[in-house]
Design a protein around this ligand. Structure first.
Ligand code: 3H9
Length: 692
């Protein structure tokens, strides 16, 4: 067997030394890469035959960042910052030849070079804030010297990537290669040899308006809603204007070292790896998906329109069908409005907007779906309606076309049984608004063919959705856990908390909106209808809180009726004494002596309820991994990524603490609140969800 090739090699192109990094999959700057770049630089500088140096990468990308798997472990020398300083201090010009994604530490390597040339498809950025960090290898101090404080603030605090054209425009790269990247970089190296070197650390920070910038930094801190890294990153960038370079670097290093040890960074790194794990579905590894070009959407309500817009955005041909001319034209209006809003916000060009609209046809006949490779139904959530539709569609679409249901609560198996080819039926559960929300639960039935499942994932990926595999049960992963969460919130209100207190506790935890505000926004009538449907089969021993039913009986369906858990005055939400009276009266009927419930208990009860249900989903095989559950809440329910998700929180709080809380629920709330077997086992062995 050949020994593994070193991650960094050098070769000559005339008097130019090419230092080439080859560290798949993304050329992360792992320790051997750092050490070998440093050694190669030293050799090249000592070699009289070399007049300049190019750093480039093999494979699909330039260095995409520091090696995230090294974080949280003892630092390995040389530090990337030291390597960047060596690059900048080189006596011979060093050019970065950038293709793919030069991110984080990769962008910092490029910033330390004396020249930067990017291939036209390159993207550059400092996404460290998304991992709860600030750049740690000079990025916060070099970037503002090149592009100015305002631009650097915007990029570093958001982690946004820029493409090669924008990078050239803002001064982040010196040239965009129109032909071969290596040739362009070698040519630039040749031109720079013998010239005085432009070291970014020596450049002054361009002048800026301090008041406006301070206001901008405050805005960044405010908008981060509890997440620390954007504000800290902004302040570190700002320091470049007042501190000498070396002191700025020391501040950056200290900030990085502090943040890498925080819970927030650990949570965000967990989410990063969770996303990669979710994409790995062993049962479809190597299974070829169908080739999908034309997608049908049945129903053009809010959900159908959002799905249709997302499909056109991803470049599919889209055929939408609604019942009747009026509904079809209203649907077309909704779809057009979505694309036009993107145009008005300058997210797309007029030509792109026209292209999306041109790719979308809205009709009224099911036969319009005949050319589709996939049809996604987004009609009224009623089993008979969906079954009739699937039976009718079976006679229209090609026998190899796929039928997907977007149901949230119904059984995809039962829907699919109405189709002639149930093996071509799969659940694709979008979240509303479907063109914006990143989450999609993909739900195979017992009969779904693997190629069909693989296709659902491939389509989801092309739609840039975060796809999570979910087993088939009522509510799948998200809504099933959400139902438990909802119940526990209502119990707390009967036990003594007020809706705005529960909301305030969860908003302070980082949710953009507390649960009761969300219930009001979504509308209380849908859950009420479901409770009425389930009434006959409900276990009489189960604790049942009637407050929400009482609100609905009064026509208080939430924000849309001006009242629900809150009352709304011109859209402004405020607590309502009338609701408090209903709560107190119901508690009295249930024989409950209300008591104050503090924010800590509120959060503990909510997390414990969610985690117990999550543990059940893992036992039942509905969720593949605890981290998939976290992703569902982060991407579908507004859970802050910097909290990592409920299962991550459980690990942090301690499984024994969660179990103790669930046992309290069991004794207080009775049937349905038994601890999950998995929780009991984990508590007895000291296991954590993150161990799996
Ligand atoms: C940083 O740089 C700090 C510095 O300022 C200071 C240091 C002192 N490390 O996403 P993919 C793995 S912070 C380790 O599916 P894509 C990933 O886990 C870093 N591993 O590919 C996966 O592994 P597996 C700043 C990494 O083509 C595989 O690569 N940089 C890293 O869809 C493929 O990943 C970032 O935050 C890493 N840095 O997307 C960039 N990156 O196959 C993070 C990836 O075993 N990376 N892996 O599951 C990305 O955004 C995307 O990976 C990228 C490619 C866009 C590059």
């Amino acid at each position: 067997m050949n020994p593994p090739s070193p991650p960094v090699t050098t070769r000559q192109s005339g008097p130019v030394c090419l230092i080439e990094i080859d560290n798949p999959p993304v050329n992360a700057s792992s320790q051997p890469v750092r050490a070998q770049i440093a050694a190669a630089l030293e050799t090249a500088n000592a070699d009289p035959a070399v007049h300049s140096i190019v750093i480039l990468c093999k494979g699909r990308t330039f260095v995409a960042g520091a090696d995230i798997t090294e974080f949280g472990k003892p630092p390995l020398s040389p530090a990337l910052g030291a390597v960047c300083n060596l690059i900048e201090a080189s006596g011979k010009p060093v050019i970065a030849a950038i293709h793919g994604t030069a991110l984080g530490g990769g962008c910092e390597i490029a910033l330390a070079c004396h020249g930067r040339v990017a291939r036209a498809d390159a993207q550059l950025g400092l996404p460290e804030v998304k991992l709860g960090l600030v750049p740690g290898a000079g990025g916060t101090q070099r970037l503002p010297r090149l592009v100015g404080i305002e631009t650097a603030l915007a990029l570093v605090s958001s982690g946004r990537m820029v493409n090669a054209d924008e990078a050239l425009r803002i001064g982040l790269v010196d040239a965009v290669a129109t032909e071969d990247l290596e040739t362009a970089a070698v040519a630039l190296a040749g031109r720079m040899a013998g010239e005085s070197l432009r070291r970014v650390s020596n450049l002054p920070v361009p002048a800026f308006d301090p008041e406006a910038v301070e206001a901008r930094v405050r805005e960044i801190e405010r908008r981060a809603r509890g997440q620390v890294s954007p504000g800290r990153a902004a302040r570190t960038v700002l320091a470049a204007a007042s501190l000498p370079f070396a002191e700025g670097l020391a501040l950056e290093r200290a900030t990085f070292t502090e943040l890498v040890a925080t819970e927030q960074s650990a949570a965000l790194r967990h989410v990063f790896f969770a996303e990669r794990a979710a994409a790995k579905i062993p049962q479809i590894a190597g299974v070829a998906p169908h080739d999908i070009r034309c997608v049908g959407v049945a129903g053009a309500g809010t959900m159908g329109s959002g799905i249709a817009a997302a499909l056109a955005e991803a470049g599919y041909r889209v055929i939408v069908v609604e019942r009747g001319v009026e509904a079809a034209s209203a649907g077309l209006g909704r779809i057009t409005a979505i694309h036009r809003r993107a145009l008005e916000a300058s997210r797309i060009t007029e030509a792109q907007c026209d292209e999306r609209l041109g790719a979308t046809r809205v009709g009224t006949e099911l036969s319009d779906f005949a050319p589709c490779d996939l049809v996604i139904e987004a009609v009224f959530d009623d089993l008979a309606v969906k079954q009739d539709l699937f039976a009718a569609l079976s006679a229209i679409i090609r026998p190899d076309a796929i039928l997907a249901t977007n149901t949230s609560y119904l059984d995809p198996e039962a829907i699919g049984s109405a189709a002639t080819h149930p093996e071509r039926v799969v659940g694709m559960h979008f979240f509303s608004p479907a063109n914006i929300m990143r989450l999609m639960e993909i739900v195979p039935t017992s009969r779904t063919a693997l190629a069909v499942l693989a296709t659902a994932f491939a389509v989801g990926k092309r739609l840039k959705k975060l796809c999570v595999l979910a087993g088939n049960c009522e509510g799948f992963i998200g809504n099933r856990i959400f139902a438990t969460y909802r119940k526990q919130c209502e119990f707390m209100v009967e036990d003594g908390a007020l809706p705005h207190e529960v909301d305030a506790a969860m908003e302070a935890f980082g949710l953009p909106m507390g649960p009761f505000a969300v219930f009001d926004l979504a509308g209380l009538d849908i859950a009420w209808a479901r409770r009425k449907r389930q009434a006959a089969s409900r276990d009489p021993a189960e604790r049942y809180v009637r407050i929400a039913d009482k609100l609905c009986e009064l026509g208080r369906f939430g924000q849309k009726t001006g009242a629900g858990w809150y009352v709304y005055d011109q859209g402004k939400r405020r607590p309502d004494a009338g609701v408090t009276s209903i709560i107190e009266a119901e508690a009295a009927i249930s024989g409950i002596a209300r008591r104050p419930i503090g924010a800590d208990e509120i959060r503990r009860r909510i997390i414990a309820a969610m985690v117990n249900e999550g543990a059940r989903l893992l036992e039942d095989g509905i969720a593949q991994r605890a981290s998939d559950i976290d992703l569902v809440f982060v991407n579908g329910y507004g859970w802050p990524a910097w909290r990592g998700g409920p299962m991550f929180q459980a690990d942090r709080m301690g499984i024994d603490v969660i179990l103790a809380e669930v046992r309290l629920m069991q004794s207080r709330d009775g049937a349905g609140w038994e601890p999950a077997r998995r929780l009991i086992d984990m508590a007895s062995t000291g296991a954590r969800f993150g161990d799996a």
